[in-house]
Design a protein. Structure first.
Length: 278
């Protein structure tokens, strides 16, 4: 596994296990295969596999095999956190001594995972977001002290298949990460909804307002993605002194405007994350 990166996944010669192949798990699987991972190197544990996953069996992917036949380098857990207690014994049964467990279950701590895994298990907790489904997500990951450099490199390569990856060393930050990037796509979608409703209020036909709002949010996001200019400068570049954008920003940037509202929202989401994690 040493020195592995996302570009080298096409030469990967170990075994990967994906536990759960719903939207996020399916996005990871699609990303791995898109990067050239041989399907024969992948084991998928999924009680209700989609037709596309079943079709990969013809290319060597192993679907729901007997656990005794598997010795994986990595197990990626992509099931809903509510069913974690019932699936974790399955994870433990699949592990080899050198296996790293990568969990993308929201709210499930490293301590929770390690408690039901073999002693000294290497565990990584990760939080992706929904743009991962189009390869434009961002994932934040935190390892426990048992994770080796090679295991971290493998996990980074696997997670990078759906977008950017950031690593942190303090797991307590994961609630704030969830509030900002994990839940963040919902805030952006709400912005598009709100922009469309406001456009309708000033006279635009509803369908046109929706099209304008969607295209504006999507296009601005793409510009932000491609540009190396900081966000404040991008904003200034759209804003003529005394013009229409400046008039709107006077409202949005008022003392009771967007900043304090967003801060309250992020604080609420972070607090709720702590509550759910116990």
């Amino acid at each position: 596994m040493g020195g592995l990166n996302s570009c080298a996944l096409s030469q990967y010669a170990g075994t990967l296990v994906l536990l759960g192949a719903g939207k996020m798990g399916g996005a990871l699987l699609e990303g791995w295969i898109g990067l050239g991972v041989n399907p024969a190197r992948i084991v998928v544990m999924e009680p209700q596999p989609a037709a596309s996953i079943k079709a990969l069996s013809a290319r060597g992917l192993r679907l729901n095999p007997d656990a005794a036949s598997i010795s994986p380098d990595a197990i990626v857990i992509a099931v809903k956190p509510q069913i974690a207690p019932e699936v974790m014994p399955k994870v433990a049964s699949l592990m080899a001594p050198s296996t790293v467990v990568v969990s993308i279950m929201a709210g499930r701590t490293i301590a929770f995972l390690a408690d039901v895994l073999p002693r000294d298990a290497a565990v990584i907790r990760a939080m992706p977001n929904t743009p991962a489904s189009i390869g434009r997500g961002i994932t934040v990951a935190v390892p426990n002290s048992r994770v080796t450099a090679a295991q971290r490199q493998l996990a980074d390569a696997l997670l990078t298949a759906t977008g950017a990856v950031e690593w942190i060393g303090d797991e307590t930050l994961m609630n704030a990460v969830t509030a900002v990037s994990g839940s963040g796509p919902a805030y952006v979608f709400l912005l598009a909804e709100s922009l469309a409703r406001a456009g309708e209020k000033v006279g635009l036909p509803a369908e046109l307002a929706v099209r304008l709002a969607r295209a504006t949010v999507a296009g601005s996001g793409e510009l932000l993605h491609r540009s190396t200019i900081d966000v404040a400068t991008l904003r200034h570049n759209v804003t003529s002194p005394g013009g229409t954008t400046a008039a709107a920003l006077d409202v949005l940037m008022a003392p009771d405007g967007l900043d304090p509202l967003m801060e309250r929202a992020i604080v609420a989401a972070t607090r709720r994350g702590r509550e759910l994690a116990g």
